[in-house]
Design a protein. Sequence first.
Length: 296
Amino acid sequence: MGVAVDNPYASAGPWLRGNMHGHSTFSDGSETFEDVLADYERRGYDFLAMTDHDIFVDPTEYRANTTLTLIPGVEVSRNGPHVLQIDARELIEPDRDRQTVVDAINAQGAFAIMNHPNWGYNFNHCPHEVLEAVDGYAGIEIYNGVIERLAGTPLATDRWDMLLSKGRRVWGYAHDDSHSPIDVELAWNVARAAEDSVPAIVEALRTGSFYASTGVEITDVAVADGALRVTTSNAQRIRFIGKHGIYRQTTDGASASYALPTDAEEAEGLAYVRAECYGAGGAVAWTQPVFLNADA
Ligand SMILES: [Zn+2]
Ligand SMILES: [Zn+2]
């Protein structure tokens, strides 16, 4: 028996940076849709999904006036924990049962992300029972920028490690959730996509070929010669984390390798490995996990 490694990262293709959670005056944002696009474009973003609350804004008419690759999105907000609908085709019913919401999102070929779990005075916008009970979402927000100025905590890697430790294959996303210009460029995803197009970027973001960041730049994530290797341009320390959130290795420097287990029992105990890359000023980049399976 050996060990099989599921690595979500595409081996080639451009790294493209974008935000998939933002609001305009179509819902409760302070700026017009056009002004928000211009802001992200000026900062050199490659793609953007605007996700106004419970309203579907078709980005088609805005494409002529921006260099951004625009992905259609909605934030399903009424009646329960907020759910992002990415690559949206049409508005869905905000059913109280979030399983029904996620199923409806998937049925139209879009994908779902559970938002800001640790928002609010109880740090519990999305109860963990809901995250565990609902199936079929692509991932959760592990960092939500606007919560820097709201109650709760932007960070939700605690929820992520709990889900991953129960065998769930869910990705960790970082978004601005921008409602005003002060929320822009706090957190983003960088996708390794086959090309700069809506279908290719959506596919990368849906299948885990991306990393989340608040400022550290990853230039490569690869599994080779039995190790997970992470290369960055500006990390000062890289930490590898496995099942139950246990720190498995900490390495100082801009790149690091973690030797993956070759023993099936060890692989089962580890279950997954993900890296956190820390830079100056508290900036972090989070890789997606690679999953380990005993291979018969
Ligand atoms: Zn929300
Ligand atoms: Zn939002």
